[in-house]
Design a protein around this ligand. Structure first.
Ligand code: TYD
Length: 207
């Protein structure tokens, strides 16, 4: 369907995902680095509604549908055209975030959340997903240290929620062992970057 390669990055908050992905993108020729909502105006507007701390009444299913809607728009406007042009697309979070956060941690059910996402993505799954694994306690500590980072509605959830998120990712790791590769994110940036690049380069070599 496309000539490019679609790689996604997942993990709990505070795993250092964004830092590592920036560094990975710098090492690859002509990679598109993006994250949902990816600067796509419609998706940005949807995301504001999702993450607004005032929206305390938001129903979990509404949250899941809004993420899927923002995902759809980002996919159509940004990801698909880049793949069609043969580029490497590196995306910070994708469907697995919804499965872990909304499906498992919020308790909506991973299969149910996958069904609404399938409507949004029409089978366009990543070829490789790198999962940055870290103890939720360590991740949350890192977030609190980073004063520049804006605290959003999901960051305000308690430790038990973040533990459920991790459990969700573990379920996904077991379910999709070919697509998903784990990287221990507790090490130094250099270590995590080295391991990540190794996995990405192995995948690119297969093409
Ligand atoms: P994001 O803006 O990617 O922040 P981070 O820097 O933590 O990766 O995501 C914001 C929050 O939204 C984050 O707590 C994860 C959550 N999220 C979901 O619950 N479901 C989703 O489908 C996505 C994409 C993110």
């Amino acid at each position: 369907m496309s000539n490019g390669i679609f790689i996604t990055f997942e993990g709990p908050d505070g795993a250092g995902k964004s830092t590592i992905i920036d560094l990975v993108a710098n090492q690859l020729h002509d990679a598109l680095l993006t994250r949902e909502p990816g600067g796509i105006e419609i998706a940005e507007q949807i995301r504001k509604v999702i993450l607004d701390k005032e929206n305390t009444l938001m129903d979990p299913r509404t949250e899941a549908l809004l993420y899927a809607a923002a995902r759809r728009q980002h996919l159509i406007e940004k990801v698909k055209p880049a793949l069609a042009a043969g580029r490497i697309v590196l995306c910070d979070r994708f469907v697995d975030s919804s499965l872990a956060y909304q499906g498992h941690a919020r308790g909506l059910g991973m299969d149910e959340v996958f069904t609404i996402n399938q409507f949004a993505i029409e089978n366009l799954m990543p070829e490789l997903t790198i999962y940055f694994d870290i103890e939720p306690e360590v991740g949350l500590k890192r977030i609190n240290k980073n004063k520049d980072r804006e605290i959003n509605r999901l960051d305000l959830e308690d430790l038990a929620f973040h533990q459920k998120v991790r459990e969700g990712y573990e379920i996904l790791m077991n379910r999709f062992p070919d697509r998903m590769k784990r990287v221990d994110a507790s090490g130094s940036i250099e270590e995590v970057l080295k391991r990540t690049l190794q996995i990405v380069e192995e995948k690119l070599a297969e093409k």
